[in-house]
Design a protein around this ligand. Structure first.
Ligand SMILES: CC(C)(COP(=O)(O)OP(=O)(O)OC[C@H]1O[C@@H](n2cnc3c(N)ncnc32)[C@H](O)[C@@H]1OP(=O)(O)O)[C@@H](O)C(=O)NCCC(=O)NCCS
Length: 210
C-alpha cells in the first residue's frame, strides 16, 4: 500500500478515473485538428523532450496515477497540452482533452482540464495562471464553447486560481478524482450560450457514472 505523506494529501488528481469513449476521442480530436496557436516562448505543446520532466511533476503531485492514459491523451490532444518551460527547465503543465457535448441545441465543443500541476519549487510565480490562460485564450480563438474541470473541495489554492480566471462552480460530484473524494465541477462558458451551461452537468455526470 502506498503511504501518502501528509503534505501531499491535499494534492489531488484531475485525471478522471473513467476513460473517454473511442467516439468521443475521435470527435474531440477533430475539434482540435486545425488548431490556431498563440505564440509564447515559454508555453509549448507536450513533446518527447519534456516528457520525463512532465511525468516527474505529474508523479510528485498526484496520488492516483494513470501514466499510460496521461501520455496517450497528451498525444491525442497534443495541441491543447500546454507545458511551461524556460532556460531552467520544465516548471509545470496544463493538459486538456476535448469532447462533444450533446444538448437540445445540437453538438457543442467541450474542453476538460484533465491534469494540471506546477512544480512545488516554482509555485506562486504566476506559472499556473499563465498556462491556464494560454489554453483558454486559444480555446476562445478556436471556437470551443465551454471549459470544465473537477477540483477537490479542499484544494483552496487551485479553486482560487480557477475563480480568478473566471470559472464558476456548477455542481458537486463524488469519486471523480479518487475514491471517496468530493469535487466541485467548475465551468468557464466561453460561448456565453446559456443552454450549454445548463447542459454540462448532466452529460458529464452520465459519462462519469458509467
Ligand atoms: C494549483 C497550482 C497549479 C497553482 O499553480 P501556481 O503556479 O502556484 O499558481 P499561480 O502562481 O499562477 O497563482 C495564480 C492565482 O492562484 C491563486 N493561488 C495559487 N496558489 C495559491 C495559494 N497557495 N494560496 C492562495 N491562492 C493561491 C491566487 O489567486 C493566485 O493569484 P495571486 O498570485 O494574484 O494571488 C499549484 O498550486 C499546484 O500545482 N498544485 C498541486 C496540484 C493541483 O492541485 N493541481 C490542480 C488540481 S485541480
Amino acid at each position: 500500500m502506498k503511504i501518502i505523506p501528509e503534505h501531499i494529501v491535499e494534492k489531488i488528481t484531475l485525471v478522471q478515473k473513467k476513460p473517454l469513449k473511442v467516439f468521443e476521442i475521435m470527435i474531440g480530436m477533430l475539434f482540435i485538428r486545425n488548431w490556431e496557436k498563440i505564440k509564447d516562448e515559454n508555453v509549448i505543446i507536450f513533446n518527447e523532450t519534456v516528457r520525463d520532466e512532465v511525468l516527474r511533476i505529474y508523479n510528485e503531485n498526484f496520488t492516483e496515477i494513470y501514466e499510460e492514459r496521461f501520455l496517450k491523451y497528451a498525444q491525442y490532444f497534443n495541441n491543447i497540452s500546454y507545458v511551461y518551460r524556460d532556460e531552467e527547465g520544465v516548471k509545470g503543465y496544463c493538459f486538456f482533452f476535448s469532447k462533444p457535448l450533446f444538448s437540445s441545441g445540437g453538438m457543442k465543443k467541450l474542453c476538460t482540464v484533465y491534469s494540471f500541476a506546477v512544480d512545488n519549487k516554482c509555485r506562486r510565480q504566476g506559472i499556473g495562471e499563465k498556462l491556464l490562460q494560454k489554453g483558454i485564450r486559444e480555446m476562445e480563438l478556436n471556437g470551443i464553447d465551454t471549459v470544465i474541470l473537477y477540483v477537490e473541495v479542499n484544494n483552496e489554492s487551485a479553486i482560487k486560481l480557477y475563480r480568478k480566471v473566471g470559472f464558476k462552480t456548477i455542481g458537486e460530484v463524488r469519486d471523480i478524482c479518487s475514491p471517496g473524494d468530493r469535487c466541485f465541477e467548475m465551468a468557464l462558458d466561453i460561448s456565453k450560450d446559456t443552454e450549454v451551461a445548463a447542459a454540462i452537468s448532466k452529460p458529464s455526470r452520465e459519462w462519469l457514472d458509467k
